[in-house]
Ligand binder design. Structure first.
Ligand code: ZN
Length: 213
């Protein structure tokens, strides 16, 4: 029988440390956006194609579909807020969401990777439907870079556990961190509170500049 030591439950920032390919894909898409804006669509197309890396699928599956206790690590916590049945997940309006993504520098507040504006993804998809494949179903048929880098809003205290849509309870997140945590609280997954680390805000814009053409 295995025992869970104190070390095993040492607080962590995210499920896994991001692999380098996540930053490589974000950088290639950043260059692709620049290429689109200067009218060089063939360069943009090649960059988008080359960020469709199988290692990104493997990384995402480890978090979202895996069952390794050293990654998923869910534990019961005394006096945790109870699961509320029948609550529908609600999200703030588009403008409020945008303010949160900008506040958080378009980065996942858990693992720190750069994330993409969903409207920017749709803009690229309309230009390069074969390479982006954003409408493909099942989702694994999409260009995987967009699956792993798509931005989402995450409730720190999950909505189903009583959390609200106040900006103080919402952070930008990548899909892996968002879907890996499901309805669990930070304490139940042994996560540090990401709000204690200041967001990194720099020139990375989630490719929002594609929408200002
Ligand atoms: Zn993340």
């Amino acid at each position: 029988m295995s025992t869970l030591t104190d070390d095993f439950w040492a607080p962590r920032a995210s499920f896994l440390a991001p692999i380098p390919e996540l930053a490589i894909a974000a950088d290639q898409l950043d260059q692709a956006a620049d290429a689109v804006l200067r009218g060089d669509l063939e360069t943009a197309r090649a960059l988008i194609k080359s960020c469709d890396m199988p290692s990104l699928s493997t990384y995402r599956a480890l978090i979202v579909e895996g069952e390794k206790p050293e990654i998923q690590r869910y534990r019961p916590v005394p006096n945790a807020p109870e699961r509320q049945r029948g609550t529908k997940a609600r999200m703030p309006g588009k403008r409020a969401a945008l303010e949160i993504f900008r506040r958080d520098g378009w980065r996942c507040r858990f693992c720190g990777i750069c994330v993409l504006s969903l409207d920017a993804i749709k803009a690229l998809d309309s230009l390069f439907p074969e390479e982006v494949r954003w409408r493909a179903r099942p989702y694994r048929n999409r260009n995987v870079a967009f699956n792993v880098l798509a931005s989402s809003l995450d409730h720190i205290l999950p909505h189903s556990r009583g959390g609200d849509n106040d900006p103080s309870n919402l952070v930008a997140a990548c899909g892996s961190c968002q879907f890996g945590r499901m309805q669990y609280t930070l304490e139940e997954v042994g996560f540090l509170d990401p709000r204690l680390r200041p967001p990194v805000v720099d020139r990375w814009d989630g490719l929002e500049r594609l929408l200002r053409k």
